[in-house]
Design a protein around this ligand. Sequence first.
Ligand code: BGC
Length: 449
Amino acid sequence: MSKFPENFIWGVACASYQCEGAWNEDGKGPNIWDDFCHEQGRQHVKNRDTGDTACDVYHRYREDVALMKRHNIKAYRFSVSWARVIPDGDGEVNEKGLQFYEALVDELLASGIEPMITLYHWDLPSALQDKGGWLNRDIVAAFGRYASIVARRLKGKVRKYMTLNEPQCAAFLGYGNGEHAPGWKLSEEKVAQVFHIMCLAHSEAYRAIKAVDPETMVGAAPCGRQCYPETDTPENREAAYRETFNLSSVQGWAFTTNIFLDSLLLKKYDESAPAAVRRFARTIDPADWEKMETLDFIGINVYNGDMVDSKGGYVPRYPGFPLTATKWKVSPEVMHYCVVNNYRRYGKPIVITENGQSCNDRVFLDGKVHDPERIDFLHRYLLELKKGIDEGVPVLGYLQWSFLDNFEWAQGYDERFGIVYVDYRTGERIPKDSAAWYAKVIETNGGCL
Ligand code: BGC
């Protein structure tokens, strides 16, 4: 097939708590995932797994960057652990924490790999949670200060930031149904409040980073329900668009990209907002809308989608529908329509900040890890992404989730998303077949697909 655009960013992604380990080393403060995993008497995570050691990237990052380089990776999206840099979230800076990220960034740059930083991928410093976490507006200033500290240290080296990763999960799973840290189960109105404060925090960080370096691009990486049409007719496309941004859908308002992006870019809630969101909206100080900042690019984390008919109704899966190991639907078409729909609504460049699949990977008799399912999955999704690009959507890059297998939140180490296998007993890395395949895709700029 024809190549992807020139300078297309081919990368991989990961997050601090999921891969770093070193949970209490070199002055790092505790965060809510440390607490969640260590809580006595209650089990939140499968097998009581923790991120204490994870992939030990904190100590092995040089080896990992070398492996990335060997696989032609052009960009690495990673998150900074807030509590490693500012142990209590808002006080003293931990120099060793900053040193770690600077060394990682230097190693990447020396290897020709662009560092792309996420400032918040769910591991809030515990001290801030004790003060109410994302329900306490004081966090807005704290987040802005943290963003400024990181941006100042890495000025001239890091040119793309994402403020928040999947506010949808952080807000709903963290504060709504309690599946993720901090494990709170609050009302829908409170969850709406969390979203609102996160939007203010994004805006504060946006201003802080721009004040350090106006050339830096600042985005975020939301997720949400993405719909695609049953067949590609104008009527069905319209229905898929509407349903993607419909806050009153059966799957809930919290899992839409627009519950976050509308506040920032349209400065309002969609009129389909349910009663709880409308009740909360009435309590918002009008001055808050003035404080909302834009995004220079929209990151979208996308794994699967919902097929809808011409009325926007869900088309049920046929028996035996292809599923990943996590039982997520293999629905590549979503890639095409999610970029088209989000570009149509917001008119901003897009980066696919996450996409990948979990497989039941293991080391085969020949000592290698063969993962044809993952290769097929990525191949199909990339072909569909190209359709969106060919329709004129400015897609800047694609970041596969994930380079290494890692700690998959409440699922612990049971799910393997990596293109590099990790033996957690020894820390050994074994590139899977998909790593060699992805290296070829990058080398040919998608031409081999
Ligand atoms: C998150 C990642 C996670 C991945 C696979 C996204 O929800 O940003 O942290 O590992 O999906 O579940």
